[in-house]
Each structure stands twice: as structure tokens, then as C-alpha cells.
Design a protein around this ligand. Sequence first.
Ligand code: TRP
Ligand code: SF4
Length: 404
Amino acid sequence: MGAVVTERRVLSGMRPTGRLHLGHYRGVLQNWVHLQHEYECFFFVADWHALTTHYDDPRLIESNVWEMVIDWLAAGINPGSATLFIQSRVSEHAELHLLLSMMTPLGWLERVPSYKDQQEKLKERDLATYGFLGYPLLQSADILIYKAGWVPVGADQVAHVEMTREIARRFNHLYGREPDFEAMVNSALKKMGKKAAKLYTQLRKRYQESGDEQALQTARALVDDQKNITLVDKERLLGSVEGSGKAILPEPQALLAPQAKMPGLDGQKMSKSYGNTIELREAPESVEAKIKTMPTDPARVRRSDPGDPEKCPVWQLHEVYSDQDIKDWVQTGCRSAGIGCLECKRTIIDAINAELAPIKARAIEYENDRGLIKSIVAEGCEIAREQAKQTLDDVRVALGFDYG
Ligand code: TRP
Ligand code: SF4
């Protein structure tokens, strides 16, 4: 299958960290839920990626996998719209990873910022391993094996998508060059019709001369729309725009999530490692207790002391959960000591519990039907494997490893 037909394919993965919290929901899952209606979505559990840092205790990974999948489904990921699967069940990722490793300069991996950052952060683990160095390359294989056009990720992962683009470019450059490439492109152009061919040539020029991404997107769509040319010709035309050989592995783009960071109970970003989370399956009483014990503006010692919402982590939650009327009520009431902190927190407690109620209801259904989860994932793995096999076939042919 050609690189050009997967423009509307989205792929993203998450390391299995067990039960998810509101930070995951607001930062990632809500975005996935939107995307599943607009794109062909593949979402997977990156369990091999978990192994790069937790190789000393791999048996903990499995339960984290299933708990996370339950939370995905509970959050509204619909297995009828999106394909859900587990990385290690699609071993094609590993073969592509191996093949790509042969042409990946060491310096590219050493230069990825997360390599040194994570080693610093996770000092208690020995991450001077081959697998950990290859972390971003495994991610590249995850993406490229589906020829995904878009990869929704957080800011910390953009460098990985960027490296994936470089890997794709290098691969296409090394293995996409047929001896008569230019002639093949020209004959494909002839089949396109005069008007479309002219537009194509203009867009290619614009992209190549000024790196105009819009021109690249338009050229891709134009090529994709052509009815009279074969997939192989489409790959050549696309490759010719990108200045490489045939685009066997298309370059993906990062799709930055629109949501702001979800504040945690202490005002820092919500994160398991800070211990400031509210889980998606948190009981209402527990939500209440956690919010009630949140720190507030330290200047408000007594109920009669005025406060400043800007100095209070509860206010950050109002920014996420409250409408303008409530926000005005907080601003005025806090600064004039007209409201108490417990009153102020009450609307947050109610808003969070209201948000979690349908999620928890769905989670319970899945918790009670493990067989259903397993069959959803098994089906997703089947679909994913089918796609991954096709790409691997293309890759083997490009390398001349399709021995008869
Ligand atoms: N590295 C990603 C993270 O830590 C998870 C991941 C693995 C991923 N493979 C991927 C994300 C492919 C997007 C695409 O969040
Ligand atoms: Fe924070 Fe609300 Fe108390 Fe003001 S009234 S200090 S915003 S909790």
C-alpha cells in the first residue's frame, strides 16, 4: 500500500502506567476521543517502551496494560472508531526497528534530549543500555510501520517525531532511489492530466525552494486524489516533492494537543510522580477529601482574611472547570473574604465528580467483563498486524530482502 493513502491516519501510543488520572484525560485522552471521529486512529500500549526503563521488573507491566486500556475505553475511546492494540503483540514493529537501526547514526540517538534528561531523572535505574538508547528509534518504527500522517503527542515527544521524519527521509533517500526515478516521475506526471500536473510542479517548486509545509500538504492531497495513476507512481510523485527517492516511508507530523496542562492538587502539573493526582476511577468521597485538603492562599489563615486566587492552586482548577459566573464569584468572594475556601472548593468537587461519573460507570462495565477487553484488543492487534505486514513487505522489497 502506498505512502500517500495514509494521510488521514493518526497513530499514538502510551506507556502502560496503570490507572490513569485527570491529567491524562484532559491532556491526551479527550484529544484522542475527538480525533477518533475525524481520522483513522490507531492507539496502542507501548509495553516494550516500558521495558526500556523497567527491564528489572517486567512482570508488573501486564496489569498496568489492562488497567490502562480500561481507562482508555472508560474515557470514551470507541473500539468501533479506533483500533486499539498492544505493541508487543505486533512483532513487525521489532523487525522494522531492527532494520532501521542499521542505518541510524548513533549521534542522532545520543542527541535526542530525552536520552540524557531521563537518565538524569531516573538516576536510581541503570539506563546505560542499548534498548534505552534505542527508545526513540523504536518509537519511529511504531509510527512508520503504519505510515501514519499524524502523531498526537505532548511537547516532550516532539523531538521523537522530528527524528522519525529524519529517519524516514534517510530511509527513502537510501532505498527509494530507482535508477530511472526521474523518468518514472515524468511518465507518472503525464498520466495525471495537464492541469493537475502543472499544479503539482508548482507546489513541488514551492516546497523545495521555501520549505512551504502548506504546499507539501496540498501536493500530497493532490497526488492522493489522482484516479489514473498507480500507488507506486503516487509514491514516486510524493518522493519527488520531498526531494528524496520514492517515499516508501512517509514523513509523519506531530499533532500537538490543544489542551493546556492540567494542574494537580498542589498547583504543579498533575503527575503520578508528584503524588498530586485524581484518578479517573477515584471514588466521589475521595475526590472530596483530596480537594478539601488542598492548600489555598497561605495568606487566608482565617475565614475573615481576604485572599488572592492567583496564589491559590484551587483557582487553577477553576480555570479548568468553572464558567465565567463562577470565576467572577471566586475572584470577588476570595478578595473580599465574602466566601470561604470550602465553599469555593465545593463547585470544583461537584464539577470533577460530574466529569468522572460517566467514566466510572463505563469502567465498571469493563472491569466486570475482562473477556470483552481482551477481545477488543485482540481484534485491534489483528487489524494493526495486517497494516504493519504490508509496510514491512514494502520495506523488504526496498532493501532487496524479498528473496524469492
Ligand atoms: N514515547 C511515548 C511516551 O512516552 C509513547 C510512544 C511510544 C509513542 N511509541 C509511540 C507515542 C509512537 C506516539 C507514537 O509518551
Ligand atoms: Fe483559594 Fe478559593 Fe480560598 Fe480564594 S477562596 S484562597 S481561590 S480556595
